[in-house]
Design a protein around this ligand. Structure first.
Ligand code: AMP
Length: 384
């Protein structure tokens, strides 16, 4: 397969902030971009070469889109698989249907991960109230009921702390096909972004720690404050998943690290990820560039970080502080061009770099006492 040369057009399914940053990365490398999405004024539409506004099942629009691009990638995993069935005979789609089918459905995803010998929380498939009762008996409480499809930022989830909540939980998730998962009393959440090129070469970014507020990512700390042995093990698992998916593209693997240093995979996102925004400033090649390079069939480039970093999301009204942030020259501000700052909406993010020397020193315990980055994140990126 020949590489797609700069000057050609990369198609991107989805029009949000990830698509915007992918289109910007593509432009830096001389590519044009064609966004296929639903929001004419969305974040990606403002920076692309061409936009098609149509439903993902509109075959006429999809065919024109496919004919206008040299490869297709995506910024959003909930693209109907029929869309990919239609596109794949016409144009290379990277990552392709197999990866999406696995990542779209929590039951298929976790079964696939376990089939590789990679651990997850214990889980059970639930398609009825009776199956939920059985699953709660088997897995116990606390546990989390999650819809198999279309969940994000904690949506479509219900934490069950007692068997008396079974009816409420089933009702709460809309009586949709689901999985029940054992609740993991984790020490911290991490994610690892892995890119895989068309020739099978793999690049992984250093693991980052992710902290959430109201189920939405608040801060990512890069690198995560974990033992080197835990980081190496987690990276091995993430690379194995990318390989076994036959990935051409980029995935984020979200994981829980337990108090004992065990690593359990929570989920896979087959696209650039919010926890990888720090890579724009801190790495030799950003996650957006790696995803575009993989989609274009190019050599990937290095995921190495030259700095440590803290990334904080600007959610909803946080955006009103944009001028305060600009008065801190050490902070890099990214805004997504969204017109309205609704509650819980990701409006932008801020990254602050730190020298590699400020990396947390790893001692014998899982969470070493030296938490320099953490303190910096608390005290110095708390500008709001
Ligand atoms: P998810 O949509 O699966 O990424 O879940 C969103 C967030 O809910 C995760 O980032 C965790 O903070 C929490 N969570 C999800 N599943 C579990 C679990 N099995 N045990 C503990 N916390 C969980």
């Amino acid at each position: 397969m020949t590489a797609i040369a700069p000057g050609q057009t990369i198609g991107i399914l989805g029009d949000g902030q990830l698509g915007r940053m992918m289109a910007l990365a593509a432009a830096e490398m001389g590519y044009k971009t064609h966004i296929f999405g639903q929001d004419r004024h969305g974040p990606a539409s403002q920076v692309c070469t061409k936009m098609t506004v149509a439903d993902y099942t509109d075959k006429n629009a999809l065919e024109k889109f496919a004919r206008s691009v040299s490869a297709v990638t995506l910024e959003f995993e909930n693209i109907p698989t029929e869309t990919l069935d239609f596109l794949e005979p016409l144009v290379p789609v990277r990552p392709g249907k197999k990866v999406l089918e696995i990542a779209q459905d929590r039951h298929i995803e976790k079964s696939f991960i376990n089939s590789l010998g990679v651990p997850t929380a214990p889980f059970a498939n639930v398609e009825s109230l009776a199956e939920l009762r059985e699953a709660v008996e088997r897995i116990g409480t606390p546990s989390v009921l999650k819809t198999r499809k279309f969940g994000y930022d904690g949506k479509g989830q219900f934490k069950i702390t007692s068997a008396t909540q079974i009816d409420e939980a089933w009702n709460g998730i809309g009586e949709l096909p689901a999985i029940l998962e054992g609740f993991v009393a984790f020490e911290l959440e991490i994610s690892i972004l892995v890119a895989r090129g068309i020739g099978g070469e793999i690049e992984a970014y250093t693991p980052v720690e992710n902290r959430h507020k109201n189920h939405i990512l608040d801060v990512s700390l890069a690198p995560a404050n974990i033992l080197t042995s835990v980081a190496e093990h987690a990276t091995k698992l993430a690379k194995k998943i990318a390989e076994q998916l036959d990935l051409v593209g980029l995935i984020a693997v979200e994981m829980f690290v337990t108090h004992d240093g065990d690593v359990l995979v929570n989920e896979i996102a087959p696209r650039p990820h919010n926890s990888g925004h720090w890579t724009i400033e801190a790495c030799l090649t950003s996650q957006f560039k790696l995803s575009i390079r993989a989609a274009a069939g190019l050599k990937l480039g290095s995921a190495e970080h030259h700095s440590n970093a803290v990334m904080r999301n600007l959610i909803g009204d946080d955006i009103n502080h944009w001028q305060d942030i600009l008065s801190h020259p050490e902070m890099s501000l990214h805004l997504y061009g969204k017109a309205e700052a609704r509650e819980g909406r990701k409006m932008g993010h801020v990254t602050r770099l730190f020298p590699l020397g400020t990396a947390p020193k790893v001692s014998s315990s899982l969470r070493p006492a030296a938490r320099e980055i953490e303190n910096l994140s608390r005290n110095e990126i708390r500008f709001i």
